[in-house]
Design a protein around this ligand. Sequence first.
Ligand SMILES: O=P(O)(O)OP(=O)(O)OP(=O)(O)OC[C@H]1O[C@@H](n2cnc3c(O)ncnc32)[C@H](O)[C@@H]1O
Ligand SMILES: [Mg+2]
Length: 201
Amino acid sequence: MKAIGPKLVIATHNAGKLREIRDLLAPFGIECVGAAELNLPEPEEIGNTFVDNAELKAREAADLSGLPALADDSGLSVDALHGNPGIFSARWAEDEAGNRDFTRAMERVWQEVEAAGPDAGHDAHFVCALSLAWPDGSIESFEGKVHGTLVWPPRGDKGFGYDPMFIAAGMDQTFAEIEPADKHAISHRAEAFRKLIDALA
Ligand SMILES: O=P(O)(O)OP(=O)(O)OP(=O)(O)OC[C@H]1O[C@@H](n2cnc3c(O)ncnc32)[C@H](O)[C@@H]1O
Ligand SMILES: [Mg+2]
């Protein structure tokens, strides 16, 4: 695989993701520039899988910037909801005007889990697809996962998105209660990053 330095576009408009991606890339001495800093548009996520959506976001950012671009498409997949919200995780938080509120999204997830009944359980996993696109048209994708369980009410104010209602397997605090470094040790995003870094080595 080709080198990605010295400058890499991080093709996301999500501040929480951007912070985590900068942390995860910090040891590698790569200069990261966010999509918003470059005034890149937010493409419509018309793919049917996490990888499809990560690839379309990375492709567009690489084409428009002329730089290598890294995109992340991720979400929460709940067993009792047959994998939903999944690729619709951001959309479940949106109102008609397109404003996002994850308190509302978490309430919807919990209501639907309750409606599925006690036998459906509370198992869930986060998925992260990372795609790295180069201006010459080449592209590579990597996926990571972390399994866990949903809790109610939401707890903690670190992290972002659905973190306050998710406890990873083997832990007793939510992703919003633990320190970022502890999330990075086990998260879906960190696993996808390990695969990406291995492929670059
Ligand atoms: O598409 P970009 O611009 O990257 O930003 P986004 O927020 O729209 O991101 P996605 O389309 O990938 O939607 C995924 C949603 O899933 C949620 N999500 C992803 N990773 C998460 C994590 O580590 N912890 C909590 N929630 C997460 C989060 O709320 C995201 O908005
Ligand atoms: Mg998005």
